[in-house]
Design a protein around this ligand. Structure first.
Ligand SMILES: [Ca+2]
Length: 170
């Protein structure tokens, strides 16, 4: 009933019908503009957030693996003072980088995780690193969105996210 009344009003007044079409067109244009802005800005931001989420989660996984290895063996994995990066295989390791046996950390860690986490980008700018010394161990990740986490981790480097038992190692 209401629909019929509306259509009658619409048909009686050509000017009113035209303004409705204008409104629809304007809304369509605004929707398109909004979509363009959204597609060019928000996904980049949300993808950076998602990558940092994985990095923070991976750091927890790696710390658990290293801690559990120490509980079982009395020492942290890998050689003393050897700096490891998730982009580089240690000498004589065959890979792939995420292999828990012959990946980017030189130790068989397959008992503790099915694979070694890799940075979602894993390039020259974004990678994980690990090092142990006589004082403990440290894990690092470079963040791109949650930069506050890198500043508030209690470590020695405000530009990277640090986790471990001695955050002054790297
Ligand atoms: Ca830090």
């Amino acid at each position: 009933m209401c629909y019929h009344l509306y259509m009658s009003d619409f048909q009686r007044s050509g000017a009113r019908g035209f303004s409705l079409i204008e409104l629809v067109l304007t809304m369509s244009v605004m929707l398109i503009l909004f979509s363009v802005v959204y597609l060019t800005t928000r996904p980049a931001e949300s993808q950076a957030k998602a990558r940092d989420g994985k990095r923070l989660s991976d750091m927890q996984v790696l710390a658990r693996v290293v801690d559990e290895f120490r509980i079982d063996t009395g020492d942290y994995p890998d050689f003393m003072d050897a700096l490891r990066k998730s982009t580089v295989l240690p000498e004589s390791n065959a890979g792939p980088l995420e292999s828990p046996v012959r990946g980017w950390i030189k130790q068989d860690l397959s008992r503790y995780n099915v694979k070694l986490p890799l940075d979602p980008q894993n390039d020259e700018n974004y990678y994980y690193s690990y090092k142990k010394t006589t004082t403990g161990y440290e894990l690092n990740a470079v963040l791109e969105y949650y930069l506050q986490y890198a500043q508030d981790d209690g470590g020695s480097n405000a530009a990277v996210y640090e986790l471990g038992t001695d955050l002054g190692i790297m």
